[in-house]
Write a protein that binds this ligand. Structure first.
Ligand SMILES: CSCCC(=O)C(=O)COP(=O)(O)O
Ligand SMILES: [Zn+2]
Length: 213
């Protein structure tokens, strides 16, 4: 039997951790119609990622596979997420990134449309900003980038790379698409994802209410 170029135990641990989280995110309605994708760093050359097109609310270990930093399947016949390069570029660029989560919640999608022309969403004055690295007060503002969508994944990944030269927030929106968030581990990535979603929903409500008074 051929030896796997990664630890099967580590694969099992990563897949199980992602299954628990993706079920919870899906139950909130953040992964409609098989959308969204999720990954965990496996080692210094590989990540565990969702197989393309699977229902993210019903994932089992068979719905995960291993890819390398070039987005190629490793020891699997499955097709990795269509957006694999958006994950692997982050792992390759930042040694301290251990997890990447991508969802399509209602708030994320509406905000991505509303702020696409501006190129970013300004989030200011919220206590929850302290969920992000380096933020220790509500009395601050951050700009969450909004990138144009594309079906050309290498081009989109290059676009993300250029954006990251000027931004340090652990996330970005893609217009009409959804949110990417990451962190040192699953808990940190999830904390960032939840904070972004809460803040986007709050900002959308606030603008709607202000427009009506
Ligand atoms: C029907 S969802 C369209 C693709 C997408 O945006 C997504 O997040 C899921 O793609 P994947 O290949 O990872 O299943
Ligand atoms: Zn997507």
């Amino acid at each position: 039997m051929a030896t796997l170029p990664f630890s099967a135990n580590d694969f099992h641990r990563c897949a199980q951790a992602l299954i628990a989280t993706t079920r919870e995110l899906s139950a909130r309605g953040w992964t409609p119609a098989t959308s969204s994708n999720f990954s965990l760093r496996l080692d210094d050359r590989h990540a565990v990622i969702t197989v393309s097109g699977r229902d993210k609310g019903r994932l089992t270990e068979a719905d995960f596979m291993v890819v390398d930093w070039r987005g190629r399947a490793v020891a699997s016949e499955h097709r990795p997420s269509a957006e694999t390069l958006l994950h692997t570029r982050l792992y390759e660029r930042f040694e301290d990134v251990g997890c990447v989560l991508h969802t399509h919640s209602h708030a994320q999608t509406v905000a991505s449309r509303l702020f696409a022309e501006a190129g970013s969403v300004r989030l200011a004055g919220y206590e929850l900003l302290k969920a992000f690295p380096g933020q220790d007060s509500h009395d601050t503002a951050v700009e969450l980038p909004v990138l144009p969508n594309s079906q050309d994944m290498p081009a989109l990944a290059d676009q993300v790379d250029r954006m990251l030269d000027d931004h340090s927030l652990p996330g970005y929106l893609i217009d009409g698409h959804g949110l990417y968030a990451w962190g040192a581990d699953l808990d940190a990535a999830r904390r960032h994802l939840e904070a972004f979603d809460f803040l986007l929903a709050a900002e959308l409500d606030l603008r709607r209410l202000r427009a009506s008074v």
